[in-house]
Ligand binder design. Structure first.
Ligand SMILES: [Zn+2]
Length: 133
């Protein structure tokens, strides 16, 4: 990949990471605030819901942050934009849409296809368990 493209993605990812860090900081304060507010049971229940939502959000944020950090590391060590599966270059078009992509479009499709296949196999496993139980 050209230096200019790498710089573009580095800026893009760094900016996204900073945004997420700011969001995470806000979420942390909100969660802390929810802990302090617990006067009557109904409020407590809704506080709990809010907190679950925020914790899930934070979980998702931290996973996303890990992905972005991973991509930034790849830029540093020169493996950014290389498919982890087949070693081919991931297209710039795909990277512009999904800068954290680690698979080329072909490998991604293959992964999705096998995930779908696995999902279809689950009910069979479940029914087998049921007949045994
Ligand atoms: Zn690939």
């Amino acid at each position: 990949m050209r230096r200019r493209d790498l710089d573009f993605f580095k800026k893009l990812l760094t900016h996204r990471l900073e945004e997420l860090l700011m969001e995470a900081e806000k979420t942390k304060h909100t969660v802390k605030g929810a802990e302090e507010l617990s006067s009557d049971p109904i409020d407590q229940a809704s506080d709990q819901l809010d907190r679950d939502f925020l914790l899930r959000l934070r979980d998702r944020e931290s996973k996303l942050m890990a992905k972005i950090k991973g991509s930034l590391e790849k830029i540093e060590n020169g493996t950014f934009g290389v498919c982890e599966e087949c070693g081919e270059a991931i297209s710039l078009k795909r990277l512009r849409a999904r800068p954290m992509a680690t698979l080329c479009i072909d490998c991604k499709h293959e992964q999705e296809a096998s995930e779908k296949k696995n999902n279809l196999e689950i009910p069979i496993e479940v029914s087998r368990l049921w007949t045994h139980g």
